[in-house]
Design a protein around this ligand. Structure first.
Ligand code: PDD
Length: 286
């Protein structure tokens, strides 16, 4: 089925959507994005994603393409037009184009480019992969130093994912100065003796919207959370581990660098947090 996508004010068949070859998103990765999940035809944590988008734009002195209310309307309309029950809405805003390539930013009156499209993913909540759990490898983190800004510079995370696939695993966690930063497209956690450990927020990692919700829900469920730096060896010696992201919610991790965690199946805390997260988020969806 041909999707209906959104480009700069227009809803169009995907085959008719166009962006300039001079767009800075294309030439310079001068662009930010958000991925919002859809469950039961409704948006999960739209507010969190809208707030983070504004922050990413502000950090890069990029203009806002539209208001938050307009953004919500576009999301909802695309979900409806594409008949999405479970899936994702991808949003990208770029600094636009003034019709040539130049390292200097274009003039202030250059309009940002805004593109949104849906991805239909039936079975996203009742995921087979989450029942098995993910195998991960560790790789060096060689990304730039502003990972808190959700830019489209995703070449290294994509390469990390490919390194994992080549090694017979599902994903990679990245390591900088001896400590785990995050997964290629998710935040990373391990659990030892009932305590959930994850890296604290800084410019080194993306401030995950799912992370924020899951940590709040963990505390409400009387689970202990420690936000601190941790090594891959600590994670390998853990009882269980997991990742969080808008596209996979809470994903149990069952193996790190070939070492099975616990009995090698999804751990009880990861499973419980996944259930709580899905239940609470579906209730609050808009
Ligand atoms: N990725 N860390 C990185 C590097 C990410 O790319 C993501 C999300 C996260 C989790 O953030 P959130 O909970 O807000 O989704 C952490 C999205 C899903 C993606 O690139 O598809």
């Amino acid at each position: 089925m041909t999707r209906t996508v959104y480009v700069n004010g227009d809803y169009l068949p995907e085959t008719e959507a166009k962006v300039s070859i001079f767009d800075r998103g294309f030439l310079m990765a001068d662009a930010v994005y958000e991925v919002t999940s859809v469950l039961g035809g409704k948006l999960i944590d739209f507010e969190g994603h809208a707030v983070r988008l504004k922050r990413s734009l502000d950090e890069l002195d990029m203009a806002e393409p539209c208001t938050k209310d307009e953004l919500l309307e576009i999301h909802r309309k695309l979900v409806e037009l594409n008949d999405i029950d479970e899936g994702l809405v991808y949003l990208q805003v770029t600094r636009g184009s003034d019709g040539d390539r130049d390292f200097v930013f274009p003039s202030e009156d250059t309009k940002p480019t805004i593109v949104l499209f849906t991805q239909n993913k039936p079975g996203l909540a009742d995921s087979a992969a989450a029942k098995v759990g993910a195998k991960i490898i560790s790789i060096e983190d060689i990304r730039w130093g502003r990972r808190d800004i959700k830019t489209v510079q995703l070449l290294y995370p994509s390469m990390g994912k490919m390194m994992a696939k080549k090694a017979g695993a599902d994903d990679a966690w990245m390591i900088e100065d001896g400590h785990v930063t995050e997964g290629t497209s998710n935040n990373a956690y391990f659990v030892k003796d009932g305590v959930i450990v994850t890296r604290p927020l800084s410019n080194d990692i993306l401030h995950g919207i799912t992370r924020k919700a899951v940590l709040r829900m963990a505390e409400e469920a009387q689970l202990k959370v420690e936000e601190r730096l941790f090594t891959i060896d600590e994670a390998k010696a853990a009882d269980e581990a997991f990742t969080t992201s808008a596209s996979a919610f809470v994903m149990p991790v069952v193996e790190i660098d070939g070492v099975a965690l616990g009995d090698g199946t999804p751990g009880p805390i990861a499973k419980r947090l996944r259930e709580i997260y899905l239940e609470e988020s579906i209730k609050a969806a808009v």
